[in-house]
Design a protein around this ligand. Structure first.
Ligand code: ASP
Length: 439
């Protein structure tokens, strides 16, 4: 059994948290490769080290004095080192960082130092080897993560280390210049390491006991998800679930390695399992409810639209020409609706409208704003009759007007469009009918 374990920033924000992490790793011999984030917030008014680094580098880049800000970052690490009673000194590393900031080494380099320094502490604390991510996580010349080159290189390097710490969040171009993933990217590194190590499990340790069925800001104490498939999670992440970085699924998915989301503060909780496929039924027919506000519907009417070949393409061409991506596209006989992100669309709406007129010659275009989309996701829907019926009767009882319905042929999700102001009510109604009514 071999496990790769990734710990998020809140799990490593202080010496006290580090001790919990150390105990978790030592409790299971198979936890061989450790991917740490940078220290996160110690309390709700605190600042993440990554944000401090960005701020500090902004000053350096503008040619201003950044001494005080760098000292603040140094103090964060000193507090951890002292609290763990380590003899380690990071003075040499900080000297180098200062020089590199003065030489304007770049924003990505600056942000990456959070994980770089934290991983050195972690390796020292655990007595594990340390591998610099810049040597094994590689990006191509276009700034895209180079998955195959990385996998080959990293697999070889890992073979030489029985136990090691690899910093999350960053890698490098072929010339050694540091490049980071987008924010929260240590999740991706953990997944990359799990794939290269051919791990049995990728444990992702955070500050919640897994993934909730829906947003806890809308439903107080929602129940947790026991098992979710990669595909379900992809749908849910796309619609706003944020426990795991969206791209973290891809590397482990290739090898069918399960991800287990665990809570550093409650290690005894089982957490959520993210798997390729499972015969385990989800307890509530639906696996999760996610959603986002801030969409616009562009309704295009044209008589006999259904018989005109290529009409849909012409409409979408108008969006494409203006660099706008669309989310959903429900259609009728003489009408087609294109859902777009309101903030992206707003500045270009008149250009898009005239482009549709020019290319597709519609009878009428009507734009509706302030809409929300809700995704009800569940592998169990395929084999259960009446799921859609239950959703819509719950919404009707809650007085929510449904503006759009879209069910993919995979029967994995049903997307529902409602007005922004009905968003929370709609989620509560759906949660109640499937979850509250069952427990
Ligand atoms: N430290 C980085 C961030 O704050 C990456 C991570 O934590 O995954 O986004």
């Amino acid at each position: 059994m071999k496990k790769v374990v990734k710990f998020g920033g809140s799990s490593l924000a202080s010496a006290e948290q580090f001790k919990k992490v150390g105990a978790i790793i030592k409790a299971d011999e198979s936890r061989a490769y450790v991917v740490p984030s940078a220290p996160g917030k110690r309390n709700s008014s605190d600042t993440k080290v990554t944000d401090l680094l960005y701020g500090c580098y902004n000053l350096a880049e503008a040619g201003k004095n950044f001494e005080k800000q760098l000292e603040e970052i140094k103090a964060r690490y000193a507090e951890i080192i002292d609290g763990l009673s380590l003899t380690l000194s990071l003075d040499k590393q900080f000297e180098q960082i200062k020089k590199d900031f003065e030489a304007k080494a770049g924003k990505d380099y600056a942000a990456s130092r959070g994980e770089f320094l934290n991983s050195i502490i972690m390796a020292n604390y655990l007595g594990y080897d340390w591998i610099d991510a810049a040597e094994v996580v590689l990006f191509d010349e276009n700034g895209e993560f180079d998955s195959e080159v990385t996998n080959e290189k990293l697999s070889k390097v890992l073979e030489e280390h029985e136990k090691a710490v690899i910093p999350g969040f960053y890698g490098a171009y072929a010339d050694g210049k540091v490049k980071t993933f987008s924010r929260g990217g240590s999740d991706i590194t953990g997944s990359i390491v799990a794939r290269a190590a051919k791990a049995d499990v990728y444990e992702n340790w955070t500050d919640v006991s897994g993934i909730y069925i829906t947003d806890p800001r809308i439903i107080e104490n929602p129940v947790g998800i026991e098992t979710v498939t990669y595909r379900e999670l992809r749908e849910l992440s796309y619609m706003g679930f944020s426990v795991l970085h969206e791209d973290a699924i891809f590397p482990v998915r290739r090898e069918g390695i399960p991800i287990n989301i665990k809570n550093t503060n409650r290690p005894e909780d089982e957490g959520t399992w993210i798997v390729e496929s499972t015969c385990q039924k989800s307890k509530y027919t639906i696996t999760g409810i996610a959603g986002k506000k801030g969409f616009c519907a562009v309704n295009v009417d044209k008589e006999k639209m259904n018989s005109e070949i290529g009409y849909g393409r012409k409409i979408l061409q108008a969006f494409e020409d203006n660099g706008i991506s669309f989310e959903h596209m429900p259609s009728g006989i003489d009408t087609m609706t294109v859902f777009v992100h309101q903030d992206e669309f707003m500045d270009k709406e008149q250009q898009v409208v005239s482009a549709i007129h020019r290319i597709a010659k519609p009878d009428l275009i009507d734009i509706e704003a302030d809409l929300a989309l809700i995704a009800v996701v569940g592998r169990g829907m395929k084999s259960t009759r009446g799921t859609a019926g239950r959703i819509f009767s719950a919404l009707a009882h809650a007085n929510v007007n449904v503006k759009m319905i879209d069910q993919g042929s995979s029967e994995l999700n049903i997307i529902i469009g409602v007005e922004n102001h009905d968003f929370e009510t709609a989620i509560k109604a759906i949660y109640d009918i499937f979850v509250t009514a069952r427990v």
